[in-house]
Every structure is written in structure tokens, then in C-alpha cells.
Design a binder for this molecule. Sequence first.
Ligand code: CP
Length: 314
Amino acid sequence: NKHIVSVSQFSRNELHLLFTVAQEMRLGVEREGCLDVLKGRVLCLMFFEPSTRTSSSFDTAMKRLGGQTVLISEAHSSTQKGESLEDTIRTLDQYGDAIVLRHPSDESANTAAKFSDRPIINAGNGSREHPTQAFLDLFTIREELGTVNGLTITFTGDLRYGRTVHSLCELLKHYNVTIQLVSPASLALPDKVRQTLKSRSQLGVVSTELTPEIIAKTDVLYCTRVQKERFEDPQLYEQVKNSLVVDNATLKHAKQNMIVMHPLPRNAEIAREVDDDPRAAYFRQMKYGMFVRMALLALVMTPVEEGKRRFSIV
Ligand code: CP
């Protein structure tokens, strides 16, 4: 099937096909603005958690491919009348050609895939995964630094609840990288993920502070927001919310050719003064995301025979 539930479904070759098509999409948009690859197709955008980037980039990606979109938010859906996720998915299955789903439940993407004959694309399931963000993160690193292999990637912030970190750590199994982890102890990367990095010999320094030594080794500084919405105890959130802040003083110790990334939205973890530093890649990262989502939609929604012709799918 063509459901995109987890990054673990993707081989390195499939990733590279995705990135090649994303580069084609970038050239196509720069040349023509809009394409007709998905003309006549409809994408349902089902967002049951807030979103700016993921929802609007899927929306624009589909429109730039010549298709149309329908947006369903929880607040205006029959979920308010008690309808289950299964029945909502069964409904959209009748209308659209694919469904993009963001939902607070960790199980939502798998549940949706069971009840839909149309492709389900996971746009964030609870604190578990955010596959399309991880694809665009890797694409950003490749576009900005030329390669992923050989790099030191430092994750900072909320590594416990940050689903973008979980998905990217999983995808990095395809590359030769060193991963440094910086977070308050209560927001450490889940043990299982940390053990996986260790077993792949990818785990470098683990720290509660972003020291000059850690920064000096870093090629990609991947910052994340402390996810207030996932905390059961609001006091605990207050204690850790501003524990790690990257500012110009932090970057004094950094390499000239490193990049700062963030899936966004941000709170205080990256000072506004960093925005003017050319190493701040987080706004460029958003644009790469649209090309990657265009590529993914084209690959998922194009009939197999046509896809083979257009995108060299083997
Ligand atoms: N990166 C990301 O998922 O942003 P949104 O929550 O705005 O979609």
C-alpha cells in the first residue's frame, strides 16, 4: 500500500528517489509556478491538532501540482458530535484521493490506515512521529551542506516529546553521522531511541547544557520547542520551558559552515537575533518542505504505471 505512517517504511533508495523528485519539483515551481501532475485529484487535509506549516505546505503543494484540497479541522467537524476517528476516515475515504492526518493520538495514523483504501499520510501522531518533517529535514541538510554523511548533528530542547526528533533519529540510520543530545534530564530522548543510536554507534555526547565544546563540533544544530501541550504537570513545564536558548553568543563558538534548524513554531529557544545569521536555516527549511511534500504527493497519488514513466520508480 501507499500509506505513509512511519519513516521506518523507507529505504535509503526510496529516500533518494523522494529527494530527486523534490529537486525536480523545485525546478518546476521556479520555472512555471504551478504544474499539472495531480490535476483533477483531491487531497483531504484532516488536522485535529493546530498547525501552520504542515497544513499550509501540504495545501500549497497540492495546489502547485494542479490538484485541489479540502480542509477538515476538529473544531468544525462532527467529532464535536461524538463521531469516531474510524468513521471520519471512512467518510473522507469516499470523497478524496488521499488523506493527510494530524492527530493527538499516537495510534491515529495506524488506525486511519486500517480504515482507508486511500493513502493516509501521517502529518504528526501524538508525540510519536512526524515523517514528512523528517524527510524535509534531511532534504534541508542535503541542500544546505551537500551531504548528510560525516556530519555531527546536535539535537536540543524537548527530545522526550519532540516527534520530529524521533522520526529524524530513525531516518538517520541510513547515514554515517554522530548525534549529540542536549536537553534537561526530564526531557531526555526516550531510552529506546537512545539505545538504538548507541547500538548503531552514532551516539556522541549527551548533556544537559549546550557547551562551547558541543557547539564547536556541530554541523547541524537541530533545536526544538518544549511541547507545553504534552505536559501533564504545568509546573514541570514552567521549570524547563526556557532552559536552553540559542543566541548569538552561543553561535560564537560554532563553525562558519554549520546550520541551525528548527521544525518551528519556536518560543524562546532561538533568540530573534539569530534570524539574521546566514547559518539560520529554519525559514529556508520551510520552503524545502513544500518541495518535499509535492514530491511525496506526486509519488503517492500517481498511478503506478504513470509514476514509473514520470519519476523512474522501479
Ligand atoms: N513543523 C510543524 O509541524 O509545524 P506546524 O505545527 O506549524 O505544522
